[in-house]
Design a binder for this molecule. Structure first.
Ligand SMILES: *[C@@H]1O[C@H](CO)[C@@H](O)[C@H](O)[C@H]1NC(C)=O
Ligand SMILES: *[C@@H]1O[C@H](CO)[C@@H](O)[C@H](O)[C@H]1NC(C)=O
Ligand SMILES: *[C@@H]1O[C@H](CO)[C@@H](O)[C@H](O)[C@H]1NC(C)=O
Ligand SMILES: *[C@@H]1O[C@H](CO)[C@@H](O)[C@H](O)[C@H]1NC(C)=O
Length: 275
């Protein structure tokens, strides 16, 4: 008699969590929550995952941020606080806006606003289609000596690359790809901006053209968000204006635990189909 209601409660809690996490990660937290966005200069060897145990002993981006070690603020009283005291965001509510591979460094946004994650990472999202999705600029050191007119560079600039059906098919042309310098006779440093967010897209694009990526750093997102003022491993909290101007996303009050009728319908449909 005891087992059944209990298991139902647990099932419902899981379903709720599952559905809530789509739009507002862990949408249960009670207080009124607002969009908070962290701009983090991710080191190599820090992983973009919520898994807490890593076989190679690496920390994840959330652990690194929650440790407050790299926090940069102009207000010294802020430096003494935990991230939760500072932002009101529950530690479990943070989500990276897209991923950076373990060995990719640079600009990673972390937010408590699931809608913002969807907006920036999904080019087909409603807001992205309406407002345009922010570009993501990378600097990559690739194998081979290339210049602005080399076939690899021109292909990426003019045609895009087929990175395989499994990984999202043909990429859009990256019109602004330029060769920056040659770190050696056998390598080339390039800069390019992409507006899509296919899995490991930059690495796969060059790989598909026969030029492996040796080093990859994301240097900016949107019109103006850069790593300026942040050493590797450091991060800061973006102002509402920075979020609005650069990501074209208005910081907002995030929906409270009360779910929309659409989501409630989805829950009951799920429940029914499970019987
Ligand atoms: C910083 O933290 C310490 C120890 O928790 C506390 O004693 C001190 O008052 C705090 N300082 C500020 C400026 O908040
Ligand atoms: C992206 O958004 C579109 C439209 O909302 C949706 O159909 C699609 O499933 C989303 N893709 C991902 C990977 O979430
Ligand atoms: C490639 O083109 C860009 C932009 O026109 C220019 O700044 C850069 O110096 C060029 N690189 C080389 C290696 O010619
Ligand atoms: C970009 O940054 C410059 C200088 O910091 C500033 O003047 C400009 O308004 C910013 N543009 C946007 C769209 O944020």
């Amino acid at each position: 008699m005891l087992g059944k209601p209990l298991s139902r409660v647990i099932t419902l809690a899981w379903l709720g969590l599952l559905l809530a996490s789509r739009d507002h990660p862990f949408g249960f937290a009670i207080p009124i929550r607002r969009t908070v966005v962290l701009l983090y200069n991710k080191p190599s060897g820090v992983v973009t995952t919520h898994e807490e145990i890593d076989v190679k002993g690496r920390v994840n981006v959330y652990q690194d941020v929650l440790s407050m070690c790299g926090f940069v603020s102009s207000s010294s009283s802020d430096l003494n606080k935990t991230l939760q005291q500072l932002t009101g965001v529950n530690p479990t509510e943070w989500n990276a806006v897209g991923r950076l591979d373990a060995d990719t460094t640079g600009l990673l946004l972390i937010t408590n606003d699931g809608g913002l994650v969807h907006h920036v990472t999904n080019k087909s999202s409603k807001t992205s289609l309406e407002l345009g999705s922010p570009g993501k600029t990378y600097e990559a050191v690739i194998m081979g000596y290339h210049d602005n007119d080399s076939i690899v560079i021109r292909t990426i600039r003019e045609k895009g690359v087929d990175i395989g059906h499994k990984y999202g098919g043909h990429t859009e042309p990256a019109r602004d790809i330029v060769v920056l310098e040659h770190p050696s006779h056998k390598t080339t440093k390039v800069s390019l901006t992409i507006y899509e967010g296919k899995n490991r897209q930059v690495r796969r694009m060059f790989h598909a053209l026969g030029s492996g990526v040796i080093q990859l750093q994301r240097v900016s997102i949107g019109a103006n968000l850069t790593l300026a003022g942040l050493e590797i491993g450091q991060w800061r909290i973006l102002s509402d204006d920075e979020v609005l101007d650069n990501l074209k996303w208005a910081p907002r009050t995030i929906d409270s635990p009360r779910r929309s009728s659409k989501e409630r319908t989805a829950t009951s449909t799920l429940k029914r189909s499970r019987r």
